[in-house]
Design a protein around this ligand. Sequence first.
Ligand SMILES: C[S@@+](CC[C@H](N)C(=O)[O-])C[C@H]1O[C@@H](n2cnc3c(N)ncnc32)[C@H](O)[C@@H]1O
Length: 326
Amino acid sequence: MNLFPSDRSIADRFNPDANLVLYRGDARDSIETIPSNSIALIVTSPPYNIGKDYEQKTALEQYLKTQEKTIGELYRVLREDGSICWQVGNFIQNGEVYPLDIFYYDIFKKLNMFLRNRIVWHYGHGLHAKKRFSGRYETILWFSKSDNYIFNLDPVRVPSKYPGKRHYKGAKKGQLSGNKKGKNPSDVWEIVVKDWEDAIWDIPNVKSNHPEKTNHPCQYPVELVERCVLALTNEDDWVFDPYAGTGTSLIAAIKNNRRAMGSEKEADYIEIAKKRINSYYDGSLRTRPLGKPVYVPTGKEKVSQIPEEWKDNVQMNLFEEEKESK
Ligand SMILES: C[S@@+](CC[C@H](N)C(=O)[O-])C[C@H]1O[C@@H](n2cnc3c(N)ncnc32)[C@H](O)[C@@H]1O
């Protein structure tokens, strides 16, 4: 079934006959417009309470209390076979790190939801910390509402590293041990550079040189959401992002023939989201293709070579020798 591009209209509130909804206003008000048990996947990156332009920073307890109420409402609209993917990073106070997923975990468990994966989204770039190790990952908590949940592995498999590997003993000795459709993408991050390309949630963070970047300070990549959409919903299902920002989740959904709804309180972001959706329809939206390998410098680029000024540094010389021995 191909829902798009036959109907490209964008409704401004939930309507069971619509394909695409963008609600301008508070997430809680938008959820009230949605009937119970109607959404297959809620996928979002909520405000982190870190004082971005679009949020008022409050005490962590207060922030979590407000979010708990919203999540209770989200639970109501979620289908029995549905899932929530909650993408968060850290709340930082006086230099101390509070990983938000640790706090959110309890909120979902109180609703008797089931954690299926804590996915680590690793990215290679970001701020350089001075008094702790630089943060290079965030997480996605994937909770299902029941034991009977949608999970389609085949559309998100990734190429096997060793497709020719065979069983070396037992009844299957000599037979191929892998799956010709590829391997399970896994939920883990790898720190060994050469493995990064195969490692799974290593989707570049949306930074200024990324094809998807807009003026929004905290966009996530379409590719990241597509994995959740393809694995956790079927065609024609509803995908909902209560904190839609620039509409990334909606694009990931319509790209894969799902219905999509988003709510966003900032008018500017609603406008960006509409523009991005329209450019998706007219074929001009640039997104990073699902599964495209992460770029690994060859060492020949000027920026990846040790500059003359640093060549007297012993540690730098060791790095160089290490590079050459590979
Ligand atoms: C982390 S950003 C999400 C960005 C989005 N994932 C994207 O790729 O563009 C959180 C968004 O939630 C919006 N927001 C914050 N509080 C909200 C609320 N109570 N209701 C609706 N939107 C809200 C912010 O304006 C911001 O755009």
